[in-house]
Structure formats: structure tokens, C-alpha cells
Ligand binder design. Structure first.
Ligand code: PLP
Length: 373
């Protein structure tokens, strides 16, 4: 049976060049990058050239990039330490965030003297600039934690404008850019972001490796203590091969950005047209969505909801309903629950997330299988 992977917001297949890079670093630079002998130095060189490459691709300085095990780790570090080290008294976020942010702030509010404010969500799943603007008028030391591209709906925020607003109001800004790194051009020197997190497995790199960008003026204490790795910001021997794979994946993604963006945007448009033609009553969620994610509510009976993903999986098609961390759960998505009515939430929805590895034939197959349901 043919297998079709349309769940690229959950994770992405590795590029073959990335696998080659990882295996070559595993065999050629296996030393501990903290060792002073030649084996250690060669691992350290590999790691530092990866750091420089990532920094250059994102318009940052190498010293502003700290390697972590995941974006979740970076988010936890920044949220907790912004309270401890920067005197943050209020975190402004939104109900649309990933659980890496939402569950962390729920814990922090119990541990520290900090308040959490959630931006209201509009009907289409978007946030209003003016809501952030009015909250920031209060002179409280604030960190704004928002994602650039929503992982369930693809809805985007204007990080240029929101960053500028945070700067004008002296608020720190943490951007969860997990879904857009490698797919959107960043110039971190020019953007008014204090912190940004990314993770390699969303841009055709390996799992278990991510990075945190920490602007020079917003220095935090470590969350993980131990050795002096990562200039003391994050102890633990670095995964040199994963880091090299992440740098390679990012390098190729940006080298091919225009070409792949055009291809995937075209595919998304094709998919939307096919969905509307096959199911005129379907509703595509979102207002300004990113070019690789479609979240569609299908006009099927609600009795089909539980079986929909299973039926597609039986036909070899991988899509999801929401974030991978909760796709095994029967609970409605917290993202959709933030703006869809209880009745709308009961209708079956699927998230189709594409990459340059997908084709129009795969979309045709998906639609033909959906029709049989
Ligand atoms: N933020 C967003 C928007 C995500 O989509 C994800 C992954 O699903 C994360 C954070 C967590 O990333 P990681 O898997 O590196 O912990």
C-alpha cells in the first residue's frame, strides 16, 4: 500500500543530505567537544561551525544561539528564568499556544508572584494587535510569549509589528517560531525579539535537538546546571551530530526557500480547491494562514469524528486533528476550543500539513479516500 505523509506540522522526514551529515559527524567527530585533545577539538570545531551557520542564516550572532534538546526545553527555560532573572511580573500569552507554553505558565503561576494574561481569540482563530497594545499600557515588567505560526491552524501573527510594540512598551518578547523556522526568512538583528525557539525536526532535521536565541541584552541564568557547556547556559555534553544535522537542514531549507515555498503554496491552494469542490460545505479554518497548513472542518456527521483518522490511516494516509502530543486523545483540541462553538467542535476536522516531498497526486488520493467516508 502506498503511504502518504501529510503531517509535517507534527514532524518532517529528514533530507538525505542531513542523514549523510549526521552519520559523517558521528564517525568523524565523535570526541567530546569539551575535551582539549584533537578529538575534542574536532568535535568542537564541527559544533561551532554549525552554530555560526545557524546564526548567520537567522541574522543573529553565534553567541546568541544556545543548543537545547527541544523547543519545549527552550520555552521552559525562558519562561521560568525571565521571572527569576529579569523580574518579569506578568506573562501575556494566548489560549492558542502550544502546551509547552500553556502548561508551563500554569505551573509558574503557582510557584511565583506572576500573573498570566491571555489575549482574546477572534472568531477565525486569530489575535488582535490592538488587544496586546492595550494590555501593554500597564507598566508592569512583562514577557509576551506568542507563537509565530500556529501548529494546528497555521494562523500567523505579525511578529515584526508585535515585536516593535513590545520594544516600545519595554516588554520582553518570546517567539515560538517552531513552525516557521526554515520556512520564513528571519533577520533576528532587525526583529525586536528577545527570545526565539526552534526545533530541528520541524525543518527536515533530526529530533531531540533545538536551539534558543537569546538576545545579548536579555541574559538568563541556566535552567540546567552542571558543566560549562554552552558557555554555562545549558550544561550537558552537546549532541554534536544532531547539531550538525540541524545546521545542515536549516542551510538547505533556506537555500531552497523560494522554490519550495512556491511549490508548497501551490499544493496548498490545489488542496483547498479540491476540498471545496468535493465538499462544498467544508470550512477551512483561519484568516492569514501559513503556506503549508490547512485545518478543515468536514461536513460529515459527528459520529465519523472518532473514526476519521483511523480510516485514513488504514488507507495509508497520515494526517492529524491537532498537535501530535494530543492526537491520541479524544479531547477536543484546546486551540479549536478557543474559538469554535461546542457544536462546531464536534464536527470532524483534519489538519493537513505539507512539505515539498508531497505531490498533487497524493492530495487527489486523500480527497478520493475522504469521499468514501
Ligand atoms: N511549539 C510548537 C508551535 C510546536 O509545534 C511544537 C512541536 O510540536 C513545539 C513547540 C515543541 O517542540 P519540541 O518538539 O522541540 O519540543
Amino acid at each position: 500500500m502506498e503511504k502518504i505523509y501529510l503531517d509535517n506540522a507534527a514532524t518532517t522526514p529528514l533530507r538525505k543530505e542531513v542523514i549523510a551529515e549526521i552519520t559523517s559527524v558521528l564517525s568523524e567527530h565523535f570526541g567530546n567537544p569539551s575535551s582539549s585533545h584533537s578529538f575534542g577539538r574536532s568535535a568542537k570545531n564541527s559544533m561551532e561551525s554549525s552554530r555560526k551557520k545557524i546564526a548567520k542564516l537567522l541574522g543573529a550572532s553565534a553567541s546568541e544561539i544556545i543548543f537545547t534538546s527541544s523547543a519545549t526545553e527552550g520555552i521552559n527555560w525562558i519562561l521560568r528564568n525571565a521571572i527569576k532573572d529579569l523580574g518579569v511580573k506578568r506573562i501575556i500569552t494566548s489560549p492558542l499556544e502550544h502546551h509547552a507554553t500553556l502548561h508551563t505558565v500554569e505551573v509558574l503561576v503557582k510557584e511565583y508572584d506572576v500573573t498570566i494574561e491571555y489575549l482574546p481569540v477572534q472568531k477565525e482563530g486569530s489575535l488582535l494587535f490592538s488587544d496586546l497594545e492595550s494590555l501593554l499600557k500597564d507598566e508592569i515588567v512583562t514577557l509576551v510569549a506568542l507563537m509565530h505560526v500556529n501548529n494546528e491552524t497555521g494562523e500567523m501573527i505579525d511578529i515584526e509589528r508585535m515585536g516593535q510594540l513590545c520594544k516600545e512598551n519595554k516588554a520582553y518578547f518570546l517567539c515560538d517560531a517552531v513552525q516557521s523556522i526554515g520556512k520564513y526568512p528571519f533577520d533576528l538583528n532587525a526583529l525586536n525579539l528577545d527570545f526565539l525557539v526552534g526545533t530541528a525536526h520541524k525543518f527536515h532535521g533530526p529530533k531531540g535537538i533545538g536551539f534558543t536565541y537569546m538576545k545579548k541584552n536579555a541574559i538568563l541564568q541556566p535552567m540546567i546546571y552542571g558543566g560549562e557547556q554552552e558557555k554555562g547556559f545549558r550544561a550537558g555534553t552537546e549532541a554534536v551530530h544532531q547539531i550538525a544535522g540541524m545546521a545542515k537542514a536549516l542551510e538547505i531549507s533556506y537555500a531552497k526557500l523560494e522554490e519550495e515555498k512556491e511549490y508548497v503554496s501551490d499544493l496548498k491552494e490545489y488542496c483547498e480547491v479540491q476540498l471545496k469542490e468535493a465538499f462544498p460545505e467544508c470550512a477551512i479554518i483561519g484568516k492569514h494562514t501559513f503556506y503549508n497548513i490547512i485545518n478543515v472542518v468536514l461536513p460529515f456527521d459527528k459520529s465519523k469524528t472518532a473514526m476519521l483518522l483511523f480510516s485514513l490511516d488504514m488507507k495509508g494516509i497520515a494526517v492529524s486533528r491537532g498537535s501530535a502530543c494530543q492526537s491520541g486523545s479524544s479531547k477536543p483540541s484546546h486551540v479549536l476550543a478557543a474559538f469554535l462553538s461546542p457544536e462546531e467542535q464536534q464536527k470532524p476536522n483534519i489538519r493537513i500539513s505539507m512539505s515539498h516531498f508531497n505531490t498533487k497526486e497524493e492530495i487527489d488520493y486523500l480527497i478520493s479516500v475522504l469521499k468514501t467516508i
